[in-house]
Design a protein around this ligand. Structure first.
Ligand SMILES: [Zn+2]
Length: 253
């Protein structure tokens, strides 16, 4: 099968997730014969098997958490079990911020940790090899818990994933890429740990990816119709900007 990004969910934040106004299964990337699952929120396992064609968790090479908030991490344990068939076939890397496995409120159960080949803790400016892909965590984000965005570098593509963060100066400098996935929670700035359209616009404009995909929508963003916002951004910036839909498969050319 050709390389692709599949959106198992596009929900952002509590209300949209709790009411499942959008699904919250995270993002599956298949590239250069390597399969990654990023941010398996509530329902990730169900969304994998409900996909058409189905996505089989035993084919995963890694599960990656950008941070431990529930909308990104709720299915991490069940996906670790699914990847390894209940621990019977240990495999795979789990790449997570330190606070997902240590401190007084880790999100990964101790008994599940032995199921996988390796649990790797992210750090700022980190580089990690997973299958044929290089994963980078260029900078720690400004968010409630330890949070990192990702660059996923393959033979032909460089994908950036800008997850939850309050806007900070220089954010856009860290994520040069040809495909940009960016979480846009609000239509207007609320200055509360997440990007709004206005702030995302600055970032998108500077990065100039060939394709930018908006995702992780909050309630007000959904009311404002993300596909309309994406069209407006495309026109204004003269760049290709699209809004992710639940189940959307983006083929990597
Ligand atoms: Zn968050």
């Amino acid at each position: 099968m050709s390389d692709f990004i599949k959106f198992l969910g596009t929900a952002g934040a509590r209300v949209v997730v709790a009411k499942q106004l959008r699904a919250s299964g995270g993002i599956w990337i298949s590239m250069d014969d390597t399969n990654l699952l990023i941010d398996p929120g509530p329902g990730s396992l169900v969304r994998c098997w409900a996909s058409r064609p189905k996505l089989d968790p035993t084919t995963l090479d890694a599960i990656i958490l950008s941070h431990k908030h529930l909308d990104h991490s709720a299915d991490i344990n069940v996906m670790m079990e699914a990847m390894t068939v209940g621990g019977r076939h240990p495999k795979g890397v789990v790449l997570v911020p330190k606070d997902a496995v240590s401190g007084n409120d880790p999100v990964i159960y101790k008994y599940v940790r032995s199921y996988v080949s390796k649990i790797e803790k992210m750090k700022e400016k980190g580089t990690y090899q997973i299958g044929n892909l290089k994963i980078m965590t260029p900078i720690r984000h400004v968010h409630g818990v330890e949070t990192y965005g990702l660059i996923i570098k393959g033979k032909k593509h460089r994908i950036a994933y800008i997850t939850d963060t309050k806007y900070f100066k220089g954010l856009e400098k860290k994520y040069k890429c040809d495909v940009l996935i960016i979480g846009v929670l609000f239509p207007t700035p609320l200055h509360y740990d997440h990007l709004s359209v206005e702030e995302a616009k600055k970032v998108i404009k500077e990065i100039k990816a060939k394709t930018t995909i908006l995702t992780h929508f909050g309630y007000r963003m959904i009311k404002a119709k993300p596909w309309v916002i994406a069209e407006e951004l495309s026109r204004e910036l003269k760049q290709k900007v699209i809004a992710a839909r639940d189940g959307m498969r983006f083929s990597l050319p």
